[in-house]
Design a protein around this ligand. Structure first.
Ligand SMILES: Cc1cc2nc3c(=O)[nH]c(=O)nc-3n(C[C@H](O)[C@H](O)[C@H](O)COP(=O)(O)O)c2cc1C
Length: 287
């Protein structure tokens, strides 16, 4: 699948027409995160390229729940794969409204909770704290019959403890990692380059961190783990699966190559076939 916010299927459909639907790069599509109220996002500049990835401070610009349901959802419903809608709320009430209304749509297969934001009631980053995450998921669980994925932030002291709390509270899957906090300075003024001052680091630079966190989380939960963070080839995807992920997602690599999802899927299949052949050739018993 894609990492939320890294592949704009509506813009891609405009650019590539129905060819996009015939050769869709992912087996499931995750929307960018939506919030209850419309947001303009952070002031520019919003991106900084690093030697091995990028820092973004996009700030979740979106049309808000009503705008999403009225104008984006009908377009996303035409995609040939299951649709997962990513939501973020700044309070448990907000999150509950978002989940309830999004999950009520027949075209939505699953809901992903982006918990990398402060809860205005407590001042804590929801996904950085196991108890906060559990309270949010417990509250949502009875209101949503569809699978709930909790997207973990790597900026937590113990992401595996957050994953465990999410599972105990009723989450059906966890995905990780979201971006790591980072910043860049303007080389001339030495002031923060990004309009939002700090941002989120993604791409190859975070892959080793993501791999370790996926392994730690997969050891502590029984629900499926969706692994992501710097995946740019089938070999990387195979690493995440070996570390315990049941599914993988591609994010930053899609900016470089919009068909990366297909390519990585193809590479993964041929890599798995070759690995099987090597194992079979080396084995003396029945294959
Ligand atoms: C430009 C950009 C926008 C993103 N927007 C979102 C978002 O709206 N919601 C979310 O949960 N994650 C968002 N992410 C995080 C990605 O989904 C993914 O978790 C992260 O980038 C790590 O994967 P990658 O290294 O393959 O990009 C965004 C990442 C980037 C680079």
């Amino acid at each position: 699948m894609n990492g939320s916010g890294t592949f704009d299927a509506i813009a891609a459909r405009r650019a590539f027409g129905d060819a996009l639907l015939e050769r869709f790069p992912f087996d499931a599509f995750v929307s960018k995160t939506i919030t209850l109220q419309p947001r303009e996002g952070n002031p520019p500049p919003r991106l900084w390229e690093t030697p091995a990835g990028m820092i973004n401070s996009i700030g979740l610009p979106n049309k808000g729940l009503d705008g999403f349901l009225a104008s984006d959802l009908p377009e996303l419903a035409e995609l040939p794969v299951p649709l997962i809608v990513s939501v973020m709320g700044f309070s448990r009430d907000e999150l509950a409204t978002l989940v309830e209304r999004v999950a009520a749509s027949d075209v939505v297969a699953m809901v992903e909770l982006n918990v990398s934001c402060p809860n205005v009631e407590t001042g804590l980053i929801m996904g950085a704290d196991p108890a906060e995450t559990a309270l949010a998921v417990e509250r949502l669980r009875p209101r949503c019959q569809k699978p709930l994925i909790v997207k973990l932030t790597p900026n937590a002291q113990d992401p595996a403890a957050v994953a465990q709390a999410a599972e105990a509270a009723g989450a059906d899957a966890v995905s990780l990692i979201n971006t790591l906090k980072g910043m860049a300075l303007d080389p001339v003024t030495r002031r923060p380059w990004l309009g939002g001052v700090s941002g989120g680091l993604s791409g190859p630079a975070v892959r080793a961190v993501a791999l370790e966190q996926v392994r730690a989380v997969a050891e502590r939960v029984t629900i499926p783990v969706i692994g992501m963070g710097g995946i740019a080839s089938g070999l990387h995807a195979a690493d995440f699966l070996a570390a315990g992920a049941r599914f993988v997602a591609v994010g930053t690599e899609s900016f470089r190559d919009p068909s990366a999802g297909r390519r990585i899927g193809r590479e993964l299949r041929s890599f798995s076939r070759k690995e099987r052949e090597i194992h079979c050739a080396g084995s003396t018993g029945p294959t």
